[in-house]
Ligand binder design. Structure first.
Ligand code: HEC
Length: 129
């Protein structure tokens, strides 16, 4: 029993550390997105919409941002899976999107990016875990 508990604690700790690492890597990878997107405290729309509270947000959901019809009508809700598919190849998932970005094929990078972006709540604060 004792061994089991120690094992579970170790697992939980290493999973937490791995997540933090992913988010840190994702913050670096976000540099390519930052040309057009902001996330976090005081994030504003630029060429692309701000990305606060993206986890669970409806595509085209930022009220004062002028989306393409394609994005507004896509019916997507952003989560780890839809984000991954979109960032792999934005034009393929949302035909006619005005996001001028070729995509990232590297799954680790996309997962790190999601770990970073999905930390932020609607107000741009880091969610408490
Ligand atoms: C050159 C500018 C540009 C770059 C670089 C860019 N985007 Fe975008 N992004 C846009 C634009 C413009 C839109 C709005 C698309 C539309 O309305 O069709 C958008 C839309 C999005 C959306 C949908 C948001 C919503 O509210 O539905 C997500 C998610 C997103 N981008 C993530 C990213 C990520 C992550 C990166 C970096 C890997 C990135 N973008 C790089 C310009 C960019």
């Amino acid at each position: 029993m004792r061994v089991l508990i120690v094992g579970a604690v170790m697992l939980a700790t290493s999973a937490g550390a791995a997540f933090a690492q992913n988010a840190a890597d994702g913050e670096k990878d976000f540099a390519v997105c930052r040309a057009c997107h902001q996330v976090g405290d005081s994030a504003e729309n630029m060429l692309g919409p701000q990305l606060n509270g993206l986890d669970g947000r409806k595509a085209g959901g930022v009220a004062d941002y002028p989306y393409s019809e394609a994005m507004k009508n896509s019916g997507i809700t952003w989560n780890a899976a839809t984000f991954k598919q979109y960032i792999h190849d934005p034009q393929a998932m949302v035909k006619g999107t005005k996001m001028p970005f070729a995509g990232i094929k590297d799954d680790t990078k996309v997962a790190d990016l999601w770990a970073y972006i999905s930390q932020f709540d609607d107000d741009g604060a880091i969610k408490k875990k």
